[in-house]
Ligand binder design. Structure first.
Ligand SMILES: C[S@@+](CC[C@H](N)C(=O)[O-])C[C@H]1O[C@@H](n2cnc3c(N)ncnc32)[C@H](O)[C@@H]1O
Length: 312
């Protein structure tokens, strides 16, 4: 067990250690940022000390920001600077930066601070503790369903899909992983089992909704099997419903082209052929969900939204 020396509780030593941790934490955020945008890769690759301009060009980044970042790293003695203002990591130290990849987690998790803050302030038991039953509609080969079953070992998790190959693969995955709290069924969302009435705490529909040729009965049935205080999470990789708002969004342009080949044909494949696809867009999806009586929580113009029957 780590021991505490009398010095550790000395107020001056305590203050120094405390401040050191705080400063190091902020600098670690910069280390994570540097890894994410390729600055450590550039500094490792470049054989000689280089100017901020040349490092920025090498990494394809904005020089002014790179210079500010280099100033911070130089002050922290992570990067060194020559008399003619060129920056470098000593050759023998370059490989020693790899462990700091852990710091990439910091910028990645920082946006979650508000959520964690909410959890800290909430006196309720964690929502995870309340989840006992989960339905994954359009579960495909069951990877996400299996992860959820693993994450909520006390919950009963069900995955359904209309594709027999997907369900056979999902059942094999369940067996391989020895999961006892998940079941997979070959079943369409239009006709959910009668006995499931109001029985699911959490219903998820990942990358399914915009593919459906007949979303009305699917949503109606999902609402029927959701508990009154249950939550439905819907994820679709959609852009805006108004094409003018998507101008310049290249990843979306690619996704919309994939939709021409996959999602749209799927949503036109059977009567009444809703024909939604990716072009359906976030605004139309939100309006459709609201028209069907669900309340959407937080921002509705994002790919992943949470809905419920009543205000939770
Ligand atoms: C793009 S895949 C998504 C699979 C999985 N949810 C994921 O995120 O990896 C869409 C899935 O929805 C299924 N699907 C389509 N229509 C369905 C329906 N009416 N009922 C249940 N599943 C359906 C398809 O067979 C397919 O496996």
């Amino acid at each position: 067990m780590a021991s505490v020396s009398p010095d550790d509780t000395n107020p001056d030593v305590y203050e120094e250690r405390f401040n050191n941790i705080v400063y190091s934490g902020v600098i670690a955020l910069g280390v994570g940022l540097g890894h994410r945008v390729g600055l450590f890769k550039a500094l490792t690759y470049l054989p000689e000390p280089e100017t901020s301009q040349s490092i920025a060009e090498h990494a394809g980044l904005n020089e002014r920001y790179v210079r500010e970042w280099l100033f911070s790293m130089a002050a922290a003695k992570i990067v060194f600077v020559t008399d003619d203002n060129k920056y470098y990591i000593p050759a023998d130290c370059k490989t020693k930066t790899s462990k700091s990849l852990y710091a990439t987690m910091m910028p990645a998790i920082a946006p979650l601070t508000k959520d964690v803050e909410k959890c800290l302030r909430s006196k309720d038991p964690s929502s995870a503790d309340k989840i006992r039953t989960v339905l994954d509609i359009g579960c495909g080969v069951g990877k996400l369903t299996a992860s959820i079953a693993n994450y909520f070992p006390d919950a009963k998790v069900v995955g359904i899909d209309v594709d027999s190959y997907a369900i056979e693969t999902a059942i094999k995955l369940k067996e391989d992983k020895h999961l006892t709290n998940v079941e997979f069924y070959l079943l369409g969302a239009e006709y959910l089992t009668e006995e499931w009435e109001k029985s699911f705490d959490w219903i998820i529909m990942f990358r399914v909704f915009h593919d459906l040729p007949n979303p009305d009965p699917c949503l109606r049935e999902s609402i029927r099997v959701m508990k009154d205080d249950g939550v439905m999470t819907v994820l679709d990789n959609l852009g805006h419903s108004n094409p003018k708002l998507n101008v310049g969004n290249k990843p979306l342009a690619a996704t919309l082209m994939v939709s021409c080949y996959m999602c749209l044909p799927c949503s036109l494949s059977a009567p009444p052929a809703a024909g939604n696809g990716i072009g359906w867009g976030l605004e139309n999806r939100a309006a459709y969900i609201r028209e069907n009586g669900l309340i959407i929580h937080d921002n509705e113009l994002v790919e992943c939204i949470h809905c419920s029957k009543a205000t939770l």
